[in-house]
Design a protein around this ligand. Structure first.
Ligand code: PSU
Ligand code: MN
Length: 305
């Protein structure tokens, strides 16, 4: 397994020095945001993590390797290449063996982070149970990954393109704890409240780290969702975003969008329909998650197992 991993000089040095490292996904770069804001945001998010005392490791599949930490040039290639493949758990062997360019989802990034010995991973939103999943069976592989792979995932909750209630039920069934930061409610990505509560509110990085360490010391493998609401000044109006999401969902159905294309289709339509305003919210929440994730990684490093 280790022979597939290729560490950037920055991440290799951090590992050697025992510094806290934070993983970042790349589907958000290639399929979640337009070029060039995607590359710009990826760089800024990395800097937020450095400024908070941790080392960022953006993960992507390049030339048959799992690259942990990307150079400026690699980030640029990934962000500007229209043929970067969206790589979830089932796609990893294909993209590696075929030496294709791959952007990793939450599921695949968790797998790669665990292989690389990284315990904290920062993203925007995780995948989940889609609305209508009772007939489509469309449940993101991210949830099964959270059930089995021991990485803490910092996110801003899930978008209401998904069935948030069913997503939380699914996580409960699989023993995945959902922590909230700064409020009891589980956030809905663009907005701070989803109407659902998280399982446990833990505001301080030390408390989050103690929870996560305890889970893993008990031998309870699997992830933890650390949900961090979008800063209030960047949140969208619930009334506005709900209508846009409803329209995007209706269009996806009309156009028979299925499989791995569903989520990228919805994300792209939401961005268009909000005239780019959702992008500003998206960028702000990822940066805020980066800060929370870096502080968590620093705290976990103090409690090194
Ligand atoms: N949700 C978002 N933004 C994203 C994604 C989901 O709000 O960028 C991406 C993540 O990479 C996530 C993936 O892991 O979509 C889930 O895709 P699917 O629903 O096909 O499993
Ligand atoms: Mn799906």
């Amino acid at each position: 397994m280790q022979s597939f991993l290729l560490f950037s000089p920055e991440v290799a040095a951090a590992r050697a020095a025992g510094k806290p490292v934070v993983a970042l996904e790349s589907t958000i770069i290639s399929h979640g945001m337009p070029y060039p804001q995607n590359v710009q945001t990826a760089r800024e998010v990395e800097q937020v993590i450095r400024d908070a005392g941790a080392v960022p490791a953006t993960i992507a599949i390049i030339d048959g390797k799992i690259c942990v930490g990307l150079s400026e040039e690699q980030l640029e290639t990934l962000g500007s290449s229209p043929d970067a493949l969206k790589v979830s758990r089932r796609d990893l062997p294909f993209v590696l063996a075929q030496r294709r360019l791959g952007a990793t989802t939450v599921a695949a990034t968790m797998i790669c982070a665990q292989l690389a010995g990284i315990e904290v991973f920062v993203t925007g939103g995780i995948g989940g149970v889609h609305r209508g999943a009772e007939t489509s069976f469309d449940i993101s592989a991210d949830l099964q990954e959270l059930a089995q792979t021991s990485v803490a995932v910092v996110c801003a909750g899930v978008k209401s393109i998904l069935d948030i209630g069913l997503t939380l039920e699914y996580l409960e069934t699989h023993g995945v704890p959902v922590i909230s930061v700064g409020q009891p409610g589980f956030p809905a990505f663009f907005t701070r409240e989803s109407g659902f509560k998280a399982d446990f509110q833990l505001d301080e990085p030390e408390a989050q780290a103690a929870f996560i360490r305890t889970k893993w010391q008990l031998g309870l493998a699997g992830g933890v969702v650390v949900s961090n609401p979008v800063p209030a000044q960047f949140a969208m109006e619930p009334g506005e975003i709900d209508g846009i999401i409803a329209q995007a969902l209706a269009e996806a159905e009309q156009q028979n969008v299925t499989g791995k294309s569903v989520t990228p289709f919805l994300l792209a339509r939401i961005k268009e329909l909000t005239g780019g305003r959702s992008l500003a919210t998206n960028i702000a929440l990822v940066k805020h998650n980066a800060l929370v994730g870096a502080r968590l990684a620093v705290a976990l490093n103090h409690k090194a197992a």
